[in-house]
Design a protein around this ligand. Sequence first.
Ligand code: EPZ
Length: 422
Amino acid sequence: MDSIIVTGNGPLNGQIPIAGAKNACLTLMPATLLSEEPLTLTNAPRLSDIRTMSALLQSLGAEVSQLQDGKVLAMSSHALDNHRAEYDIVRKMRASILVLGPMLARDGHAVVSLPGGCAIGARPVDMHLRALEQLGAEMDLRDGYVHARAPKGLKGATVEFPFASVGATENLLMAATLARGTTQLKNAAREPEIVDLARCLERMGAQIQGAGTDTITVQGVDRLGGATHPVVADRIELGTYMLAPAVCGGEVECLGGNLELVGTFVDKLQEAGVEVSQTQAGVKVARRNGRVRAVDVTTAPFPGFPTDLQAQMMALMCTAEGTSVLEERIFENRFMHAPELMRMGARIDVQGGVATVTGVERLKGAPVMATDLRASISLILAGLAAEGETIVNRVYHLDRGYERVEEKLSGVGAKIERVNEQ
Ligand code: EPZ
């Protein structure tokens, strides 16, 4: 298993290119199952999760070619010869559940392994299943799999989600494009990845209104065509790298970044005393004068503060002036980075879904353990400014969501290297 060694090395300066969004690509890829025509995605991120989704689609009979070093995904599924998503692939990546809606909509049947939980929570998919039943699907859960059928095809309906679930909104949005009649999704998720998915589906011929608001209306069509679609920039990678100069000092321009993708997060950075501005090329972030100020954060569905940036923000608050309260309201167990940050000298008190962080002058490097994707990058951020050397173990978590992290950070002056341990 690889480790990454980070050594505190002073302020960062330069430019970091932002890749296409992992969480957009993971829902855009299953959209190929909706059409017999080719779907090509450009600006795709080079990540292990994308390779896992490619393997899953190929196991169903779709063709997926990774071109231009993985930045282009050329896919087509003119005929699916398998409608069963196996547990050994699904357990590696929960987003696999997103093949359910498209397969049901296109061929009227699908068998998909239940994803199971992960480190940050139980992660049920009940909302996906209940909503698809409202479109006429029959769901039978047995031996750890969802056996879904819609022998008469899917029929449009009005669906109200109990919670603005990102995945449930994406599954239903894709399924509704081929359902007979009109579907209305209420209390829909509003994340930029949903808007990007809707844009791609519209390019394929879908008729969608309201993506990005809490009510999405879809007029079903008989069939969808092919398309070429650029994956939207990754707002979580953007937010993560905006925090690097905030933690270390200096000035970094995140190329391809757009402030609209990270609204609430930027408000919090500016409240903490970090300078943020939009440039022609991307988003520029600077911290020049001393420690940042402590700020309070509560995670919420978009446009609220993203849960996927909570761990990274905690790394910044560890050396802020004052005490900050971070409340995690989306997942039930998303503070596993806290004990690792405490090994570096951070002062954090976790009570249920609330972490209280009392800033210290400087953290000290230490060997730490990555537990999940966003926790791993928060430890890297903490190590960038810590005194001495931090060794982050189990960085396979990191490779799921951050392409070439050593290259991008060393490009702005960080002292960071990957160690391959047999
Ligand atoms: C997506 O997960 C993202 N993953 C997550 O990013 C992100 O943290 C999350 O949205 C919230 O923004 C992808 O897009 C691949 P949800 P998803 O459905 O769709 C509960 C990362 O680090 N829930 O909005 O699974 C659920 O347990 C990952 O890139 C149900 O109870 O998120 C959670 O507590 C981590 N029943 C909450 O809702 C359901 O049927 C939010 O889940 C569905 C969800």
